[in-house]
Design a protein. Structure first.
Length: 167
């Protein structure tokens, strides 16, 4: 009986050890707040959150409260495509504008996603040869946090923007 228990014990450690190196980006989810980081420090704040406790060791930080990691990945490379995108105004109440500038020709597509990851607006495929301007009508959408993603399907890269919709 002891041999069975001792041989099963290492199998129980495999799931625990396999998740010990998971890193999630910090993302503020709330009616107002932000997250900033430098090479030596990270600061997150939200309006209305009471003081919370955090437990940490060199490899793990566990915090209470509603600030949690949020994974926006969809299986694409972490690299962003060549080009600069401006998204404004943010926060937005009715029309969201975007401008894309690049040195090379890009094939892009995109979409606006809700907090559950559902695509609510699609940006059809378009080509950027120097500069491209576009807009999204957000009047019919609920106030809250939205995610705007632009994809370069030929490169397998993306750029992601958090957008706050206000009334």
């Amino acid at each position: 009986m002891k041999k069975i228990i001792l041989s099963a014990f290492p199998m129980l450690l495999v799931p625990i050890l396999s998740f010990s190196q998971v890193t999630k980006e910090r993302d503020v989810v709330g009616s107002a707040g932000n997250h900033s980081s430098t090479a030596s420090m990270e600061v997150s704040w939200t309006v209305g959150e009471v003081a919370i406790n955090a437990s940490e060791n060199p490899n793990l930080i566990v915090s209470e409260g509603f600030q949690q990691g949020d994974d926006h990945g969809v299986g694409l490379n972490e690299e962003t495509f060549s080009g600069e995108i401006s998204v404004y105004p943010n926060p937005v109440d009715d029309e969201l504008f975007y401008e894309i500038q690049t040195d090379q020709t890009l094939e892009l597509t995109g979409g606006l996603f809700d907090a559950a990851g559902r695509k609510v607006l699609e940006i059809p495929r378009f080509t950027v040869e120097d500069q491209h301007k576009g807009q999204l009508d957000m009047r019919g959408l609920s106030p809250g946090k939205w995610v705007l993603k632009f994809y370069a399907p030929n490169e397998g890269t993306q750029q992601i923007f958090n957008v706050l919709k206000v009334e």
